[in-house]
Ligand binder design. Structure first.
Ligand SMILES: [Zn+2]
Length: 132
């Protein structure tokens, strides 16, 4: 089976574990890989910041209960959040940094702002219930 350089596609001769025809091609390939991974992180982070901004603006304007569509219209993406906090009662709060919400039925959400940093998880300890 013919083996080719992962970067330029040139035929590879010699050792069967060789992946690149030259150091230059190895560097090109690895740089591209890093760039793609950095882009991924950058894009996710941008969406998280956007989500936080949407929640922060609404919360700071005094909103506490909203229709999901209102968030979506502002660019909120429900796929991205930083962490979940579940209370003993089974209420699940989804956070983007210090701003979070819980679902209230299928259409509405209730906003919350956490005033403490997230404590490291420890077994059996009760999740702190947000004050509303
Ligand atoms: Zn090559």
């Amino acid at each position: 089976m013919e083996r080719v350089c992962l970067d330029c596609g040139a035929r590879l001769l010699g050792r069967s574990d060789k992946k690149f025809c030259s150091d230059q091609c190895r560097n090109n390939f690895n740089n591209r890989l890093n760039r793609d991974q950095n882009n991924y992180v950058r894009n996710v982070h941008a969406q998280l910041r956007r989500n936080r901004r949407v929640l922060a603006d609404l919360y700071d304007d005094g909103h506490r209960r909203l229709h999901r569509d209102a968030l979506i219209a502002l660019g909120y993406n429900f796929t991205f959040f930083t962490h979940l906090v579940e209370t003993l009662e089974g209420v699940r709060w989804s956070y983007c940094f210090e701003y979070g919400f819980r679902e209230e039925g299928p259409e509405y959400i209730e906003l919350h702002k956490s005033d403490s940093y997230l404590e490291p998880a420890s077994g059996g300890e009760q999740a702190e219930e947000p004050e509303l």
